[in-house]
Design a protein around this ligand. Structure first.
Ligand SMILES: NC(=O)c1ccc[n+]([C@@H]2O[C@H](COP(=O)([O-])OP(=O)(O)OC[C@H]3O[C@@H](n4cnc5c(N)ncnc54)[C@H](OP(=O)(O)O)[C@@H]3O)[C@@H](O)[C@H]2O)c1
Length: 339
């Protein structure tokens, strides 16, 4: 397969390139695309220097599959052009996720939703992926009815500029001594300054007071799990961690939850790691660079035997974005080889 990465200079795009570098099915060319700002930049891939091209001027018939991570506006503008030219598109933005005609895929859960001919395939929101990964095996065992989520999302979830903003704000806000107040800073790419703080605002708010990141978790979870009536609430918080998202998930099931069975189901689900020991939980930094979703702090509610609360941590750039996208490409590559 001839592949293009659109948004190759970004955090997700570079992570995609790392994932692609060890894929045996990628034996042909890789084309790197970004905005006009980055045209001519050189990025290494498998020991070669590849030159970044302007996505707006690229001929999509030159590739069979394009991995997009260049924001919603770029996807809306360019992805249909790629599909018309016969190219598969796996898109990391939110542009197509809730389009009824577009598959929204976490391969371990709903690879069956993948289309049979070139189309846009949507990669879900980063928090949503790790949450549904932890819930899918529990749903199979106990029947999921409700979930209540609070996310703790790292700065890398907002892209390369957000990491720079955190470092700048740490310098600006650093107190003169332990009793001094924090210095002033602007939010930069965040709603409010993130250094030494936590900001419960990700994306624009709707009329009911939900922010866009929260609505994504609600709607996308229902679509991926195939549960249109699932009751979901989410409160999304940006925290000043460097990479990796955490989520507290309280799930209510139709059946009583047997804890040992829950641990067994989680442990045998592909791509999941479960810590049975209360002290065995993983932090976002600890899971950075690990493609698996880590589940810990499992508790059955004392007054509600059908409810389970857990802590879920994953690398938002890997399973939350680049790895999930490349795993979708893995499925397409296998299908192509079987034709
Ligand atoms: N970060 C995450 O954890 C995460 C998780 C899931 C989904 N996503 C989604 O993935 C996408 C990229 O996120 P990121 O974190 O990698 O952001 P980023 O670090 O800011 O990178 C953005 C990339 O998009 C490119 N781009 C911007 N405008 C473009 C245009 N008009 N035409 C072509 N390329 C353009 C940039 O190229 P230049 O270098 O030329 O500006 C850069 O390569 C976003 O849609 C984001 O919502 C991110």
């Amino acid at each position: 397969m001839r592949i293009a990465v659109v948004g190759a200079t970004g955090l997700v795009g570079r992570s995609m390139m790392e994932q692609l570098s060890d894929r045996p099915w990628l034996d042909g060319s890789l084309r790197l695309l970004a905005s006009a700002r980055s045209t001519g930049r050189v990025l290494p891939f498998r020991g070669e220097d590849l030159v970044v091209e302007n996505a707006a001027e690229f001929d999509p018939s030159a590739v069979d599959l394009a991995l997009f991570s260049a924001g919603g506006a770029t996807s809306r503008e360019l992805a249909p052009r790629f599909v018309e030219a016969g190219c598969w598109v796996i898109d990391n933005s939110s542009a197509w996720r809730m389009d009824p005609a577009t598959a929204l895929v976490v391969p371990e859960i709903n690879a069956h939703a993948l289309p049979n001919r070139p189309a846009v395939i949507a990669n879900p929101n980063c928090s949503t992926i790790q949450i549904v990964m932890a819930l899918a095996p529990l749903h199979q065992a106990f029947g999921l009815l409700q979930m209540h989520v609070a996310t703790y999302q790292s700065v890398s979830g907002a892209g390369a500029a957000a990491r720079r903003a955190l470092l700048d704000q740490i310098d600006q806000r650093r107190p003169a001594d332990l009793d001094a107040p924090l210095g002033e800073a602007t939010g930069g790419v965040f709603a409010r300054p993130i250094a030494f703080d936590a900001v419960p605002e990700i994306g624009p708010a709707d009329a009911d007071g939900f922010f866009q990141e929260e609505t994504k978790v609600v709607q996308e979870s229902r679509k991926i799990l195939g549960l249109p009536d699932l009751q979901v609430t989410c409160l999304a918080v940006r925290v000043p961690s460097w990479n990796g998202h955490g989520a507290v998930v309280r799930a209510v099931f139709a059946d009583r939850v047997d804890r040992d069975e829950a641990v067994r189901r989680l442990a045998s689900f592909p791509g999941l790691v479960v810590a049975d020991d209360p002290l065995g939980y993983a932090t976002p930094s600890e899971v950075s660079g690990d493609g698996r979703v880590h589940v810990g702090r499992l508790r059955i509610d004392s007054g509600e035997p059908k409810a389970l609360t857990m802590w879920v941590a994953a690398d938002n750039l890997l399973k939350g974005a680049a790895l999930n996208a490349v795993q979708i490409a893995d499925v397409l590559a296998v299908r192509r080889a079987q034709r």
